[in-house]
Design a protein around this ligand. Structure first.
Ligand SMILES: C[S@@+](CC[C@H](N)C(=O)[O-])C[C@H]1O[C@@H](n2cnc3c(N)ncnc32)[C@H](O)[C@@H]1O
Length: 450
């Protein structure tokens, strides 16, 4: 098992990357891509099945792109995630590493997500079995993209990722729309009325549903809204957005709240986090709590520290550690996330946080450091690309006692660790699994000033 959850095979000294298999499978392959140093292939026949295999529990496994690791046990998934972190840190990082802590597995391995986005399509994908059956199928689909295909949507009967009422709401909306002859979207022609459906389920029990449509047909919109309101009284925030654009992002559009409040709340240790239709919040909330607790533990806060929380998003980590810190400075690119971060401090009576919006390499400036002081602890949680080189250089210059580096991409984390090794030593490595049934892995590294 190697990067991106693919397996590696060798043939005549050529490396071949294969998806949809398990380590130990013996398979015939069809090469789909040939490069000088490697090939990519798909399995066409299985000669022997690996002992690591388990029966996938989802009827959509193999077609839907969502949970690519359901065919191996959770224990095996954790083993390979730990290995993925180790391989990356050793091969790319080239720094002295301590013994790794065992990966923190997620207690929930199903129904662990608090947010899903389902897409409508008037031309739903038919599986091989459906085609072979010769039956007629309703092609109006509501579900997930076929991997790598922006225009192909698999209609989903049951998804194991999000708790109730996610499945029931999706099926109800699909059936209502089919029954009332509403127009499902066509992504190629960019036509059609129904675009997507976003469902958020918070650990407080609050539920948000957002329907995205192409044009403002009030009769049709209000018909669905009313139907959802009556069928699911547990929806506490029912919203819609009219999006006439070519893409589905609605960050620049007005979201209309039809019923309830325009936001829901997640909660951790009594701290409430307000989550609006445009807010980012970690999608596995229970495991995010474990991630944050571990981050706070490694930061070794006593209440006297000045903490910088870089890439703070909606200020979740910043607010989470604020009560154990003297002062926390949070920095984040997206202005609306910073607005959320400030609100999250206010509604929890947290008064020792300050937030700034902007590009990290510009905001984390000498002037900012002069204003707030040299941090004792830096917590950094950058996007997959890792930190900009200017940011790494600034961290070397600032020279906080400790850096807690949270990452969703151990390859870029390893690159940054090597740059930081000029002045820091890696003293703890703690992989965390936020996304069971997928190859994704999160990793926390504690760097201590030399
Ligand atoms: C992995 S998320 C961090 C989430 C946050 N720590 C949490 O736990 O909710 C990375 C964040 O970095 C922000 N970001 C990406 N590029 C940035 C940049 N150049 N400057 C500042 N923030 C950036 C993204 O908007 C995103 O909110």
């Amino acid at each position: 098992m190697v990067a991106e959850g693919k397996c590696l095979a060798r043939h005549n000294n050529m490396v071949i990357f294969v998806g949809g298999v398990a380590p130990g499978d013996v398979v015939d392959l069809r090469v789909t891509r040939k490069k000088k140093s490697f090939m990519e292939a798909v399995p066409v026949a299985f000669r022997e099945y690996s002992e690591l295999r388990v029966e996938p529990f989802c009827q959509h496994f193999g077609v839907c792109g969502g949970c690519k690791w359901q065919h191996i046990s959770y224990e095996t998934q954790l083993h390979y995630k730990q290995k993925q972190v180790k391989d990356n840190l050793e091969r790319i990082g080239k720094v002295t590493l301590p013994e790794f802590d065992p990966i923190l597995g997620s207690e929930k391995t199903k129904y662990y997500r608090n947010k899903l986005e389902y897409t409508f399509s008037g031309n739903g994908w038919l599986t091989d079995e459906q085609i072979k059956s010769g039956e007629e199928f309703d092609r109006n689909a509501l579900g997930f993209h076929i991997p790598g295909r922006f225009d192909k949507i698999l209609d989903i009967e049951h998804c194991y990722l999000q708790p109730a009422p996610s499945n029931a709401v999706r099926l109800e909306v699909r059936d209502y729309a089919r029954k009332h002859g509403l127009d499902f979207y066509n992504a190629v022609k960019q036509e059609g009325f129904l675009r997507n459906l976003i469902i958020r389920t918070a650990n407080t029990g609050e539920v948000m549903v957002i329907l995205q449509v192409k044009y403002d047909d009030q009769e049709a919109i209000l018909g669905i809204m009313k139907h959802l309101e009556e069928t699911f009284p547990e929806i506490t925030s029912l919203q819609y957005v009219v999006n006439p654009k070519g893409n589905e992002t609605y960050h620049d559009l007005d979201v209309v709240c039809y019923k309830g409040l325009p936001y829901i709340h997640e909660e951790m240790e009594g701290i409430k986090f307000r989550v609006g239709p445009k807010s980012f919040y970690q999608t596995n909330a229970d495991q995010a709590y474990e991630l944050y607790k571990k981050t706070r533990e490694l930061a070794a806060l006593t209440g006297n520290e000045l903490v910088y929380d870089l890439y703070t998003g909606a200020g979740t980590i910043a607010n989470f550690v604020a009560r154990q810190s003297r002062e926390v400075i949070g920095i984040e690119y997206v202005p609306s996330a910073i607005e959320d971060a400030k609100i999250n401090s206010q509604i929890n009576d947290i008064t020792n946080t300050t937030f700034y919006a902007g590009d990290m390499k510009d905001i984390l400036s000498d002037e900012l450091i002069a204003r707030h002081g040299r941090p004792d602890v830096v917590i950094t949680d950058p996007p997959r690309a890792g930190m900009h080189q200017d940011v790494v250089e600034k961290l070397l210059q600032v020279h906080a006692d400790r850096i807690v580096y949270v990452s969703c991409n151990p390859a870029t984390q390893a690159r940054d660790l090597e740059l930081l090794s000029e002045k820091y030593e890696v003293t703890r490595v703690q992989p965390v699994d936020m996304f069971p049934q997928t190859h994704h892995v999160e990793n926390i590294v504690l760097l201590t000033a030399k």
